[in-house]
Ligand binder design. Structure first.
Ligand code: PLP
Length: 453
């Protein structure tokens, strides 16, 4: 067979020398032949490429580790699974089986939780857009409602009047916990007095009873002390409004935001070093609570963690469909998955593993996705050995925010499988075909030109 000609390139090798980014990885290889004992080859043969693969074992381990970290330090803990992080039914069901209730931020997510069998009183309804009909349904089904803005107070009062009873509600706060830029667009600001004004408004209306406080200070929070500041402020405010209006706080919902073990772009240290252990968060938060709360007072501590529970359980298996040399000499690969499937590529630097050993010296390479769009690059500087068309690259962690924010854009969305704790493989979302793309479209009669021809 005649080999294809490839223009020679001269690359500087940095083998053995230490530089700002650590030891040169010129010969380092990361190889993953299987996921929880199921070979990558087998998976691709049976379910195609690209392929999302979830590890049930890892998801359950992460949940138990985090839940134990909090529940061994505080007597009244409830997890709420953040649907937006990953609302594949199998993932939500797994989290519910572990003991989490549902945390939803839209009518669609509320419907999803109900369709999965979660009763209304096992659902926390957050978010800035709760359409009136959805809100009314959630109230009548006993959901926990965390109010985002004044207009929602008006809606809830209307609903309370219609139902002829007082409605229990929580409110979302935003506050300065030392995380900047501060998220101030959700809920009521604490320091400016906005939150207190909203409580006064609820008290004077006489139809709503505030029984909980909610706050979510951001995402990928790497400083446990930020949560300590958050809970201190929430508890203090809770006691203030209890004294002033008689509203007792039955729960403190501190949101999510705990980081996963992924590497953020621009963070110099590896996740094992940069990211505190979950026990450090639990210890800091529960210690702050024990100082702030009155003796014997243990309001329910609700935690709405998303990313930290599921990210590590998700992998994306991809295949190199083309190899290229860019005009500046950079080695480039085109993979069959790109930012259409990996929304988090915009801020994560993924672990990229090969499914087998590959010979040759590593080279700084770029991995593009399949989209005919310039932005579709999933790694813009990775050390890889020379790869051939057909080589497989496994990206992780990808379990959080990708299967919800993926795009139906240019390509079909692929199969998603779960490797169960006993090593079986279950399809949890089938690959799409043209019928999924066109199911909702309608072609007006006068445009049916091709069909007539
Ligand atoms: C209200 C609320 N709770 C929980 C979460 C989950 O956050 P994370 O995945 O960072 O834990 C989010 C995500 O933005 C959120 O908005």
């Amino acid at each position: 067979m005649k080999l294809a000609y490839e223009k020679p390139v001269i690359n500087k090798l940095r083998s053995g020398l230490m530089n700002k980014f650590g030891w040169s990885p010129a010969y380092a290889r990361k190889v993953r032949t299987n996921i929880d004992g199921v070979s990558i080859d087998d998976l691709v043969e049976r379910y195609g490429s690209p392929l999302f693969v979830y590890s049930e074992r890892t998801a359950r381990q992460r949940y138990r580790q985090m839940y134990n970290a909090f529940s061994t330090r505080y007597p009244n803990v409830q997890f709420g699974w953040s649907y937006k992080t990953n609302y594949l039914q199998a993932v939500c069901a797994l989290m519910h089986q572990e003991g989490a209730i549902a945390e939803v931020v839209s009518a669609m997510e509320y419907d999803k939780a109900r369709a999965l069998g979660m009763p209304g009183d096992q659902i926390i309804f957050n978010g800035p857009h709760k359409p009136y009909a959805a809100l009314e349904k959630a109230v009548s089904e006993g959901a926990v409602i965390n109010i985002d803005h004044l207009d929602e107070i008006v809606d809830l009062e209307t609903i309370a009047k219609k139902l002829g009873r007082t409605v229990h509600v929580g409110m979302r706060l935003n506050l300065d916990a030392g995380i900047y830029p501060q998220w101030s667009r959700f809920g009521f600001n604490l320091e400016s007095g906005q939150a207190l004004d909203a409580v006064k408004r609820m008290a004077s209306g006489g139809k709503l009873k505030l029984n909980g406080l909610h706050c979510h200070i951001g995402t990928f929070i790497m400083d446990p002390q930020a949560y300590a500041r958050e809970v201190e402020k929430m508890v203090k405010f809770g006691y203030e409004i209890e004294d002033a209006f008689g509203f007792g706080m039955e729960y403190l919902d501190i949101g999510g935001g705990f980081p996963s073990q992924s590497r953020l772009k621009g963070v110099y240290l590896p996740p094992e070093v940069a990211i505190p252990n979950i026990d450090e968060y639990a210890e800091t938060i529960t210690t702050a609570l024990s100082h702030a709360l009155k003796p014997g007072d243990f309001p329910k501590l609700i935690i709405e963690s998303g990313r930290a529970l599921i990210d590590e359980a998700g992998y994306l298996v991809t295949t190199v469909v083309a190899t290229k040399r860019l005009v500046d000499g950079t080695r480039a690969y085109v993979a069959d998955a790109g930012v259409n499937l990996l929304f988090t590529a915009f801020w994560y630097k993924f672990n990229v593993e090969l499914d087998r050993e590959a010979g040759g010296v590593n080279e700084t390479s770029v991995i593009y996705g399949p989209l005919c769009m310039n932005i579709d690059a999933i790694d813009e500087g990775i050390q890889l050995p020379p790869l051939k068309r057909g080589a497989r690259l496994i990206f992780s962690p990808v379990g959080a925010y990708n299967n919800t924010q993926w795009l139906q854009f240019i390509e079909y969305r692929p199969n998603v499988v779960l490797v169960t704790t006993n090593g079986e493989v279950e399809v949890i979302r089938e690959a799409e075909d043209l019928s999924d793309i066109q199911r909702r479209e309608r072609l007006p009669k006068h445009l049916e030109l091709l069909k007539k021809a």
